[in-house]
Every structure is written in C-alpha cells, then in structure tokens.
Design a binder for this molecule. Structure first.
Ligand code: FAD
Length: 389
C-alpha cells in the first residue's frame, strides 16, 4: 500500500472546515492531492452564526502557517490588530502595562475568527482540486478502511464515501477521535474546568479612536474570575468574562449582573454601557471549557486527527489555533520528507507531536490559574507584575 501511496495523488477527506481543517485543505491541495472538505455547519461566508470566541490572538506559530499559503500579509496587515502587551485593569481603576517583548518589540495580533475562517475557506476553494461540502455531518467512519458516512443536515440524505486519507479536524468534540478512543491502547484524558465564559463586546470609540488602548490585550484579573478584551480593526473590542459556573449562574437578573459589575469591573461597565452589557450577557448561556490530551493521533496509514480534535486546550495561553496551525506545518513537512508515504507520515506525526501538544495543553491549564490569580494570590508572576503597582 505504501508503495502505491508514495508521492502519488491521494484522495483525502478532511472532516471539519473550521480554522485548521480549512488550512490543511490548502496545504494538501498544493501538494497535488484531491481534497474534499466536509463541514457540519453552513458556509460561514454565506450564513454567519455567532461562534466561539469572536477574536483570537495569532502568534508566531500561526503566522508561519499562514505565510506558507500566502495569507499572512492579508491577515496580519489588513485585518489584524497588533497587541504589544497586556494591559491589566486593577480593582482600584489603575492600569498596568506588561509588554510581551520589551527588547525587540515583538507583538501578537488580534484577528477576527469568522473573517479568518472565510479567508481560509476561500483560499482552499481557489485550488481546483479542492471541493467543499457544507451541511454535511459525519455520523460514522471506519478509520482502518477509510470509509465515511455523512448525513446532509437539510435533506437527511445519507452520503457514503471513502478516502486514502481521513483528516479529522472536527474540533474539541471530534467524532473521529471518539471513534479512535474505542480502539486498544488509545490514551485519552478529558477535563472540564469549573469556569465557563460569556462573550461581550465593547462599542466603537468616537473620533476614530478606541475607547481604551487599541494595541493591548486588556485583562481584568479578579482571582476567581476575570475579563479579557481584544481590539478589532473597526475600533471595537470583543472579549469574554471567565468565571465559575456558579458565579455566572448567580448573575441571573439584570440587577444582579449590574451590581456585580459595579463592584468588580466598574471601568468596564462604563465602557460597555449598562444596556449593552445586559443584552450581550443574557443573549446566550455560558459556554464550557474543555482540555483534551490523547495519544496517538493516527490510525494505521489512513486516519489522522489535528487541531482541537487532537489537543483541545483551555484558552488562557491563546495557543489552541496556533498549535493547530503548527500541526498543519508538521504534517506538510512529513509529507515532504517521506514523499507522501502515509505508512511513515502518520506514525511520524504522532511521534513528533503528541508530547509537544500535551505540553501546550498543560501550559494552557497552568496559565488558567496564573491569569485569574494575578491579583488574588501572590503567585510568582503576580508578584512580578503587581508588587510594584
Ligand atoms: P474548530 O474551530 O472547532 O472547527 C471544527 C469544525 O468541525 C467546526 O466547524 C465544526 O462544525 C466541524 N465539525 C464538528 N463535528 C463535525 C462532524 N461530525 N461532521 C462535520 N463537521 C464537524 N486559540 C488561539 O490560538 N488564540 C486565541 O486567542 C484563542 N482564544 C480562544 C478563546 C476561547 C474563548 C476559546 C473557546 C478558544 C480560543 N482559542 C484560541 C482556541 C481556538 O478557538 C481553537 O483552538 C481553534 O478554533 C481550533 O480549530 P479547529 O479547526 O481545530 O476546531
């Protein structure tokens, strides 16, 4: 099998057209493979639903992958907003700046998730050897044989297909990973944290200015809970409040919500405005945050999981998407190295990636404790940032 697959054109099915699935489609298409990308939801370029976290922080790893498909300039320079550091909003109303790189001035970029997803889909679609199928939900797969069963979400019609290579980029609740977990010697560890989050947005500033510094990631650390906000290129901010579910659930009336904000985040309340805060907060219920480690990432020479499907992490290290993009770079590198021989590429991916990805998942969990406790507990970083405040 490996002989026939080496350097030959592969028939690839990518499940999930989120950020990582859309990106890997372009990489595989550039190598000349036939790629079909199946997505449960509708085309985000046509129908836009509110998804998880509106803004994401793009760092060096993610940029490298975008560069390889010619999108770095567009994302960073035309749609990204540079963030040179964190701006801490302390309880007494004072601000403290913590630069990411005070020596060379390197920064990370705030990018809009939906916009990035649209760009990645359009980039994939430009390749004549890529086909996109929306409103197709994977319901079953034989990961050894490479067969897949989808249901069309509108007509309920069943679509059976097969592939030389299945890429599971179907996110944190991946069906491909769930199918892998039934196999012997598959390690799996999943943890939901006590905290959930609600998305909030901050209005556009007047006179072409942001309502607070437009080149920082803003953080309101309050021990058990915290808020963050990232700037957008249209002079608004989007962000989240992260808090234990019991706290979020106790804020079940507009009066309780406003009282909490007046006590904990008075400056943010002023910036967002009472009406808008109430509207945003009660628009959706709080979302969960899950952390997943598993091993290996492949099945034989037929199936591979990447992105959140392989290593979902809590968002406090801002590396989930960046790590998923790095997976794509690694896969591309191994395809080159082994001339597309999947007998070598897929085990090579697990060997090279599992331990590193587990480390990023752990670092994200560590940062969960670190960020929210920047004020309440005098941890090492808290002392560094705040003792001289
Ligand atoms: P997803 O984006 O989840 O895409 C998976 C796709 O698969 C979806 O479109 C889904 O509809 C589809 N799918 C699922 N099941 C099926 C099925 N059965 N059939 C067909 N399709 C299916 N990362 C960063 O790098 N920086 C940040 O600043 C950052 N901030 C974050 C903030 C929050 C609040 C959260 C929750 C996450 C954050 N992340 C961040 C992480 C980032 O969002 C994820 O790592 C990234 O979206 C993973 O991309 P993905 O393509 O692997 O998965």
């Amino acid at each position: 099998m490996s002989c026939t697959q080496s350097s030959a054109e592969l028939n690839v099915v990518v499940v999930g057209a989120g950020l990582v699935g859309a990106l890997v489609a372009s990489f595989l298409a550039k190598r000349g493979h036939l790629v079909r990308l199946y997505e449960y939801r509708s085309d985000v370029r046509v129908e836009c639903s509110r998804g998880v976290s509106i803004d994401l922080a793009l760092s060096h790893r993610g940029r490298e992958a975008l560069r390889a498909v010619g999108l770095e300039d567009e994302v960073v320079n035309h749609h990204g907003t540079a963030m040179k550091g964190r701006m801490l909003h302390l309880r007494d109303g004072s601000l403290k700046e913590v630069l990411y790189d005070s020596v060379n001035g390197n920064c990370i970029y705030s990018v809009n998730r939906t916009h990035l997803n649209k760009l990645l889909l359009s980039a994939a679609e430009k390749h004549p050897n890529v086909s996109l199928f929306f409103k197709h939900k994977l319901i079953d797969a034989d990961l050894d044989k490479g067969t897949l069963k989808f249901v069309r979400t509108e007509s309920r019609e069943i679509v059976n297909t097969e592939a030389d290579l299945i890429i599971g980029a179907d996110g944190a609740y991946s069906l491909i990973r769930r199918t892998m977990s039934k196999r012997p010697r598959f390690d799996f560890n999943q943890k939901y944290i006590d905290h959930g989050y609600v998305e909030l947005s901050y209005p556009r500033g007047k006179d072409e200015k942001y309502i607070m510094s437009g080149n920082h990631l803003h953080i309101w650390p309050r021990g058990e809970f915290m808020m963050i906000a990232l700037p957008n290129d249209d002079l608004t901010f989007t962000g989240n409040i992260f808090a234990p579910f019991k706290t979020l659930e106790s804020l079940n009336t507009p009066e309780r919500l406003l009282k909490f904000y007046r006590e904990q985040f008075p400056d943010a309340l002023q910036l967002i405005g009472e009406e808008k805060l109430i509207r945003d907060f009660f628009q959706t219920s709080a979302k969960t945050l899950v952390s997943i480690k598993c091993k290996p990432y492949h099945v034989g020479n037929k199936t591979l999981i990447i992105g959140d499907a392989a290593h979902a992490m809590v968002p406090f290290y801002a590396q989930g998407m960046n790590a998923g993009f790095e997976d794509v770079l690694l896969l591309d590198h191994l395809m080159e190295l082994h001339h597309g021989d999947l007998d070598k590429v897929l085990p090579g991916f697990s060997d090279a990636r599992c331990d590193d990805a587990h480390a990023i998942v752990d670092l994200a969990m560590y940062n969960y404790l670190e960020m929210r406790d920047l004020v309440a507990k005098k941890s090492f970083l808290a002392r560094k940032y705040l003792d001289d405040a």
